[in-house]
Design a protein around this ligand. Structure first.
Ligand code: ATP
Length: 269
C-alpha cells in the first residue's frame, strides 16, 4: 500500500480547509480542537477531557488527513504511529515503543497521538495461542494502561483509525478509552467534486476540465483515489509535454485506473 512517514511533527500546516467534505466529522472534531486549545477551561469547571476518539471508515477516505488537521487547527504537535508497525518488532519492543510514544506526547502536551490501523493490534484478545502473552497483546495492553494512566488534566488526545470497528477488543471502547466514534465515509457526488477541486488547486488546468463531470464518472472513489486521478492526469500531460492538463488527459488517466481495477478484480476470480 501507500508508503507513509510516521514520527513526530512539531508544527503541522494541515487545516480543515485541506479536507473536503466530512462536515459532520469536522464539527465533532472541532470539540477536540477546543479541548487542546483551552484545556484549562475544561479543567477549571471539572469537565473531563476525552482521551480517545476512533475514526471509522474505509481506506483512503481521509482519516489521517483529518487527524493531522485537528493538530494543525489546534496548533499542537502530532505524534503518529501505525499499529501494524508494532507487529514487525522484536518481542517486547512494541510495548516499550508505546511507552516512549506516550511519554514524549505528555512532555509536549497539549498534543495529539494518532494510531493508524488500530485493528491490526486491537483485535479481540485471547483468541490466539499465546495465552494472552504474545507481542500483540502486550502492546495492546500497554496502550490501554497508558490511556488509563492519564491524569485528569493530561491534555493528550489519542485519535485512532480503523475500518474494522467490529473486530476491536471491547476493552478499547470502554469509557475513558476510545469512547467516541466519528464516521468517515466514502465521499458523496458533491464531496467528490470538492476533493477534486482541492487537488486541482495550483495546477495548470485547461478550461475543458470539468470537476463536476469527473465527480459523476467516479462513484465509489475515495479521496485517495481522486487525488491519484488528478496526479495521473498531470503525469499524462507531462509525458506529452503539454503545458496544461486537459479533459483528454483526465480521460486517459481514468481509463488507465479503470483498467487497473478490472485487472485487479479478474485476479480475484
Ligand atoms: P487509510 O485508512 O488507508 O490510512 P485514510 O483514511 O487515513 O486512509 P488518508 O491517508 O488521510 O486516508 O488519505 C490519503 C490522501 O487522500 C490524503 O493525503 C489526501 O491527499 C487525499 N484525501 C482523502 N480524503 C480527502 C478529503 N476528504 N479531502 C481532500 N483530500 C483527501
Amino acid at each position: 500500500s501507500r508508503a507513509r512517514q510516521y514520527g513526530k511533527e512539531k508544527r503541522v500546516n494541515t487545516t480543515f480547509k485541506d479536507v473536503a467534505g466530512h462536515t459532520e466529522a469536522k464539527q465533532e472534531l472541532m470539540e477536540v480542537v477546543d479541548f487542546l486549545k483551552h484545556p484549562q477551561k475544561y479543567i477549571a469547571i471539572g469537565a473531563e477531557i476525552p482521551k480517545g476518539v476512533l475514526l471509522v471508515g474505509p481506506p483512503g477516505t481521509g482519516k489521517t488527513l483529518l487527524s493531522r488537521a485537528v493538530a494543525g487547527e489546534a496548533g499542537v504537535p502530532f505524534f503518529t504511529v501505525s499499529a501494524s508497525e508494532f507487529m514487525e518488532m522484536f518481542v517486547g519492543v512494541g510495548a516499550s515503543r508505546v511507552r516512549t510514544l506516550f511519554d514524549e506526547a505528555r512532555r509536549n502536551a497539549p498534543a495529539i497521538i494518532f494510531i493508524d490501523e488500530l485493528d491490526s493490534i486491537g483485535r479481540k484478545r485471547g483468541a490466539g495461542i499465546g495465552g494472552g502473552h504474545d507481542e500483540r497483546e502486550q502492546t495492546l495492553n500497554q496502550i490501554l494502561s497508558e490511556m488509563d494512566g492519564f491524569e485528569k488534566d493530561t491534555s493528550v488526545i489519542v485519535l485512532a483509525a480503523t475500518n474494522r470497528p467490529d473486530i476491536l477488543d471491547q476493552a478499547l471502547l470502554r469509557p475513558g478509552r476510545f469512547d467516541r466514534q466519528v464516521v468517515i465515509g466514502l465521499p458523496t457526488l458533491e464531496e467528490r467534486k470538492e476533493i477534486l477541486l482541492v487537488h486541482m488547486r495550483g495546477k495548470s488546468l485547461a478550461p475543458d476540465v470539468d470537476a463536476a463531470e469527473l465527480a459523476r464518472l467516479t462513484p465509489q472513489f475515495s479521496g485517495a483515489d481522486l487525488k491519484n486521478l488528478v496526479n495521473e492526469a498531470a503525469l499524462q500531460a507531462a509525458r506529452e509535454n503539454a503545458t496544461q492538463i486537459t479533459k483528454y488527459h483526465f480521460q486517459t488517466a481514468l481509463d488507465k485506473i479503470m483498467l487497473g481495477l478490472e485487472r485487479g478484480s479478474l485476479k480475484l476470480s
